[in-house]
Write a new protein. Structure first.
Length: 142
């Protein structure tokens, strides 16, 4: 079986976005991380690879978010984070060390279907974050 190679260029074209080195580098950055990235991290990483300024990075983030490639998330820490807008999932956030883990098996899909049916309300998106303490931080406090 032949595996198809993913192409950031094709993904940008499908989203009706012009293919530029900065946009391709940004897509590759998000694909290489499994945690939401803050703007400072994104700017630092892209600046190591390209001659790019903050304004361009913000334009890329806004375009990707508007086209549905990225999801903007805020965890109540005074800054936005971004991640690829793939399957619906939620986050576990450690309030001690700041670690972020994805969680997709929390039963919310069933709840969304129930709300749609019982309340006749079409949910188009939702956000759910769980705040607490990760295993490593629990061990430190015990």
């Amino acid at each position: 079986m032949v595996q198809m190679q993913h192409s950031c260029e094709d993904e940008l074209k499908e989203a009706s976005l012009k293919v530029t080195p900065a946009r391709v580098a940004a897509m590759k950055l998000f694909e290489s991380h499994d945690k939401p990235l803050d703007v400072a991290h994104i700017i630092d990483d892209l600046a190591k690879k390209l001659d790019i300024d903050k304004v361009t990075v913000y334009r890329i983030l806004n375009a990707f978010t508007e086209k549905g490639l990225l999801r903007k998330i805020e965890f109540g820490e005074g800054k936005a984070r971004y991640e690829l807008n793939k399957e619906e999932h939620h986050h576990l956030i450690c309030q001690s060390c700041g670690a972020i883990k994805d969680i997709s098996d929390c039963g919310v899909d069933k709840l969304v279907k129930e709300i749609n049916k019982k309340k006749k309300f079409l949910i188009k998106s939702h956000s759910l974050e769980f705040y607490g303490e990760c295993v490593s931080c629990q061990k430190k406090t015990n």
